[in-house]
Design a protein around this ligand. Structure first.
Ligand code: SF4
Length: 260
């Protein structure tokens, strides 16, 4: 048992410790220095300027030289199956979607065949993909609408595509670009990050980045720009640890996250 004496404060030559850092209370509490760091980073980001015209031209010249015909990684056999694959790919990996759609598209690769398959069977065939219940409903509904309003064809118009269930601006842009060769830019999480990092176009929302990119990407590169940037973000300029040491545009990138 400790005596009263042993419980007395011990005097020491060691200087007193600095007071503990004050913590902001509440959901997702962050220390004051952490909040300050976020504010400083935000200010720094605001002060950044997109790359100039010549640099952007050089960036895409290099992407083109490295991969002249970039392709997306979703498997499809026509505009309809591409549309279905993109709808299924929200918050899922392309690899996971491909595994499910290989069997699905072998049975149903037109709106009429998809409608004939019915919701229960579609759901069963895509059940390995996240949010599959809702996605199966959307696939069936969009197939019905394509039959009823568009003669079974996928419309070549962003406005019309966006009227289909489960189809937003990004999905419409992927379909327009990949199925119809339109120079649209579908901003996904990779492209959003890469564009803000280099930076090509700065923006707080995918739409801001998309509109910014449309203005600065030279016409000759627009057709493939979205695939080059998505692949660059997926395999090189990764979210947590960009692999700058093997990045072909590292000398042109001014990202504070650059590691070379
Ligand atoms: S240098 Fe690094 S941060 Fe910049 S684009 Fe390349 S991988 Fe991304």
């Amino acid at each position: 048992m400790p005596t009263k004496k042993s419980l007395a404060p011990i005097k020491s030559a060691t200087p007193p410790k600095a007071p503990a850092k004050r913590v902001v209370k509440g959901a997702g509490a962050a220390s004051i220095p952490a909040v300050a760091a976020v504010k400083t980073a935000a200010k720094r980001q605001k002060a950044r300027k997109p790359a100039d015209k010549a640099t952007i031209h050089e960036i895409f010249t290099r992407f083109q030289a490295a991969n002249p015909e970039p392709k997306g990684e979703l498997e499809y056999v026509n505009a309809f199956t591409l549309l279905v694959a993109v709808v299924l790919s929200a918050q899922a990996t392309d690899v996971g979607v491909n595994k499910a759609t290989r069997t699905l598209f072998a049975i149903a690769d037109t709106p009429a065949e998809m409608v004939a398959l019915g919701e229960d069977k579609i759901r069963d065939m895509v059940k390995t993909i996240g949010l599959f219940r809702n996605k199966a409903k959307n696939v069936l509904a969009l197939s019905q609408i394509l039959l009823e309003r568009f003669g079974g064809e996928v419309p070549r118009s962003r406005e019309l595509l966006e009227t289909l269930p489960g189809v937003g601006r990004k999905t419409a842009n992927v379909v327009l670009n990949t199925a119809f060769g339109e120079p649209t830019i579908a901003v996904d999480t990779h492209l959003f990050r890469v564009s803000n990092r280099i930076p090509l176009a700065l923006g707080k929302t995918p739409l801001e980045v998309e509109l910014g990119l449309e203005k600065v990407i030279p016409a000759e590169f627009k057709r493939h720009a979205h695939h080059w940037l998505i692949l660059h973000g997926r395999y090189v300029c990764k979210a947590r640890r960009p692999e700058c040491e093997r990045c072909i545009i590292s000398d042109l990138c001014t990202s504070p996250e650059k590691r070379v």
